[in-house]
Design a protein around this ligand. Structure first.
Ligand code: ZN
Length: 324
């Protein structure tokens, strides 16, 4: 799908409740292409990307950038490097966060304000935009007004935040971008009213903060989970942890601002004995599964043997027939 003169979107269907609709990989430029994000490690991404490249005359992936280190954005980086020979561009914290998951060679780190120049005079500026994750970056093509937001801003839902103070500063920075026309998010449809959407994200965070303060006004010390259940009584259970993380990030920010009294928690000590028991349990379970699979294969082989061979178990000497 064509987004702007130099940008195309490859939208790959998805069934993860964390990112409804679809996950996108964006292609910038003709011939030597820069991709933004690399999807999840599932074959359908490779197939869709291959199909897209085949349909676009002479396009090949020369550069492959990511917006942050989460697995649904980096899944096919190694493939892009090893099979397609792309140069890989990652945020500067990503090598630490992605130990063992990056290609062995051809990886470069990005800096704030850096401009990636592509054929045809296309300039893509890197913006360091922490908040969703510690290493989140966006990419901006100013003369076309196209912003690639990763998970900093999504197409049809709100996002999760790891550092709320940083996230709020990031939203304000994006709101100030000159000539902003369309946002290409990591998941979900394109955003054609970028300023309104950014403002609504800012308002949404302010509203959530007021709700949390409201829940706290009911009195007593509460855990983030208790507050989450009050704020989101009907949430899909698989999204509860994510919602709890969001509440927690507000509480951390409010506490840092000196507005809350913190009763420190008591973390569970990691027990070496428990860890060993868990490892042993998993080993025993795998052993049983392997044994069962072996028995099943043996049973199948026995059935085949029985079908292929004379009924030896029924006769010491089977009856014999001869012409009179
Ligand atoms: Zn994502």
């Amino acid at each position: 799908m064509r987004v702007s003169p130099s940008v195309r979107a490859v939208q790959v269907p998805d069934d993860n409740p964390m990112h409804p609709d679809f996950t996108s990989i964006y292609l910038i430029g003709d011939g030597q292409v820069l991709t933004i994000d690399a999807g999840e490690q599932m074959e359908r991404y490779e197939w869709m990307l291959k199909g897209y490249l085949a349909a676009v005359e002479k396009a090949e992936i020369a550069l492959s950038g990511i917006t942050h280190h989460h697995s649904d954005h980096i899944g096919n980086l190694k493939w892009m490097r090893d099979e397609l020979g792309a140069e890989v561009l990652v945020p500067k914290e990503a090598p630490r966060l992605l130990k063992g998951k990056l290609p062995r060679s051809g990886v470069e780190t990005l800096a704030d304000g850096q401009v990636i120049e592509l054929d045809g005079g296309i300039c893509v500026r890197v913006l360091v935009t922490p908040g969703h994750s510690v290493d989140s970056v966006c990419y901006y093509i100013e003369n076309e007004g196209v912003l690639f937001s990763g998970d900093t801003l999504l197409g049809s839902s709100t996002t999760t935040v790891s550092d709320l103070g940083a996230y709020r500063r990031t939203l304000k920075r994006l709101l100030d971008l000159p000539n902003l026309n369309v946002i290409c998010p990591g998941h979900g449809p394109l955003v054609h009213d970028p300023r309104e959407r950014l403002q609504s994200y800012i308002d949404h965070r302010d509203m959530r903060e007021r709700q949390i303060l409201g829940a706290l006004k009911e009195g007593g010390a509460q855990t983030s989970w208790e507050i989450m259940l009050k704020l989101y009584p009907d949430i899909n259970p698989r999204l509860r942890r994510a919602a709890d993380n969001n509440v927690r990030s507000h509480l951390v920010q409010l506490e840092e601002e000196g507005r809350l009294l913190l009763h420190p928690g008591m973390p569970r000590k990691p027990s070496a004995a428990r860890k060993r028991r868990e490892v042993e349990h998993a080993r025993q379970r795998d052993l049983v599964i392997r044994k069962a699979k072996r028995y099943e294969a043996e049973k199948r082989r026995a059935e085949i043997r029985e079908q292929e061979n004379p009924p030896g178990a029924e006769w010491i000497q089977p009856p014999r027939y001869e012409l009179k």
